[in-house]
Design a binder for this molecule. Structure first.
Ligand code: SAH
Length: 471
């Protein structure tokens, strides 16, 4: 589904906001139409109502889809250990065989052929009956000099999504940035993802599969580096390549709060099945009504909630984030406050993309500090210098000194803040850009180069910059 877009603003022009006007924001401000509103509502409803495709179901559909998707094959990745044990027993195998399948898939088996240790007869039977692990193959991959690696994964219905692995500089941690939707309906004006349109919500298995895929890519790189090292190649300049996922952030494509039906179980599985600490999971949202103070606050898992603010006033926020028209800043922050209280004091982190001449002045910093101090959130603000999205967008990153001055003004006003460096910036492509490039090339050109990967095409961007906050 692609939204009707309108270059003209649906709002009265904000003559008072000279900086925004200078940046030509009025021209680029996307209208938030009734169609948008309905699409977001549909995505939200789908998040509650659409069943997860499972081995026993052949009729699951994943609304809202651009076109009717083929019925998904039975997915072993979406089955619990108990379900796999029951499957094994129903096929005349011992329950232990089901556990083997579960463990093997958790470790990275991407096909039935790769599942370790099961009898050849059962392996053949699983294939004959149409079972499939449900892992999306890597369509293409881009590697940055700092070790950040972005994967474009091809889903069963032909859509592609991005997942990024960001190693810490000392190699001790590996943060995986996952997508929650194919595209995004929110269409924040500076974000590449929305520009590629919105297709559908991802399933839990498609989200969990991204973490396993990124970990696998790092494992392959680590193994290759080790082999080279053993062969006598110089290793001194090489950074260590982590293979254990330490953090997972929902900062890739999509708005996770529109897909909580799949995202919340994915958070639990990434924690329980893949072993990533609950406090090292972050869900980033631009704000969807009736999610923060209710469903997210009620979730028992101790993940971090990050809220994308980007502006200190409703007027400016509406220009940057069209969905803000349906969820005013005051309501959003009141919900954050309610979340803080209802969740037993879980802090909310704020994200603020710094856009030169638009929202990065000292006056904006003072307004932002005043705004946040009206609430008792004890929050931290992560400042993300704009990551170029390679189109005619009117935005630019502020000079380093302006970002530092913004940070200093917030900190001096008693609001802790830090500027986050962009990772993968030598191959700078914001989240969604690799997919956009894929869409432009079209099917005729075929897939972009597969691994082994080179520098330069595109790597991590916006999500990775935000995710760098955790690295
Ligand atoms: N939909 C979620 C996740 C988005 S990606 C959300 O809105 O929070 C994570 C962060 O990167 C968000 O704060 C998003 O607004 C920001 N971002 C997106 N594109 C960007 C860009 N080109 N430069 C800087 N930050 C960007």
């Amino acid at each position: 589904m692609r939204f009707a877009t309108s270059a003209a603003s649906s709002l009265p022009s904000a003559a008072s906001d000279a900086a925004a006007a200078r940046a030509g924001l009025g021209q680029f401000e996307p209208a938030w139409t009734r169609e948008d509103e309905e699409a977001v509502r549909a995505a939200s409803a789908a998040s509650v109502a659409v069943p997860e495709p499972r081995a026993s179901s052949s009729s699951a559909s994943e609304a809202p889809a651009a076109a009717p998707a083929p019925a998904p094959p039975p997915l072993l990745l979406s089955m619990s250990a108990d379900e796999l044990k029951a499957l094994a027993v129903s096929h005349g195998e011992s329950a232990y065989r089901g556990t083997q399948v579960f463990d093997s898939i958790t470790k990275g088996a991407a096909t039935i052929a790769e599942i370790r240790g099961i009898p050849p007869g059962w392996r053949a039977k699983l294939s004959e009956e149409g079972f499939d692990v449900g892992r999306a193959p890597v369509h293409s991959s881009a590697l940055s000099a700092d070790g950040t690696q972005k994967l474009l994964l091809r889903l069963h219905d032909g859509h592609v999504v991005e997942a990024v692995g960001i190693p810490s500089r000392d190699g001790a941690r590996l943060t995986v940035c996952v997508s929650s939707q194919v595209g995004c309906p929110m269409r924040c004006s500076f974000c590449a993802t929305g520009k590629g349109g919105y297709a559908r919500n991802l399933t839990t298995a498609e989200i969990v599969g991204q973490v396993i895929a990124v970990r696998g890519a790092f494992e392959r790189r680590a193994a290759a580096a080790k082999e080279e090292g053993a062969g006598g190649a110089p290793t001194s300049a090489r950074r260590p390549i982590p293979t254990r996922v330490s953090n997972v952030v929902f900062m890739g494509m999509g708005e996770p709060a529109l897909n909580l039906r799949a995202v919340l179980p994915a958070l639990r599985e990434i924690n329980g099945r893949l072993g990533v600490g609950a406090r090292r999971l972050t869900l980033s949202t631009v704000g969807v009504p009736n999610t923060i103070a209710t469903r997210l606050a009620a979730e028992n898992l101790q993940f971090t909630l990050a809220v994308s603010l980007h502006a200190p006033t409703q007027e400016l926020r509406e220009k940057l984030v069209p969905s803000a028209k349906a969820y005013p800043l005051d309501a959003l922050l009141s919900d954050c406050q309610a979340y803080f209280e209802a969740s037993g004091g879980r802090r909310v982190t704020f994200e603020y993309a710094l856009l030169s001449g638009v929202n990065d002045s000292q006056a904006h910093a003072a307004q932002l500090a005043r705004l946040l101090k009206r609430y008792d959130l004890r929050s931290h603000v992560n400042l993300i210098p704009f990551n170029p999205i390679g189109d005619l967008s009117p935005f630019a990153a502020p000079p380093r000194a302006a970002a530092a001055a913004f940070e200093a003004a917030l900190t001096a006003a008693g609001v802790p803040a830090s500027v986050r460096g962009s990772r993968g910036s030598d191959a700078s492509a914001a989240c969604g850009q690799l997919r956009n490039e894929h869409q432009r090339r079209g099917a005729a050109l075929g897939p972009m180069p597969l691994e082994p990967v080179g520098l330069g095409a595109a790597a991590a961007g916006a999500g990775a910059a935000a995710a760098a906050a955790l690295v």
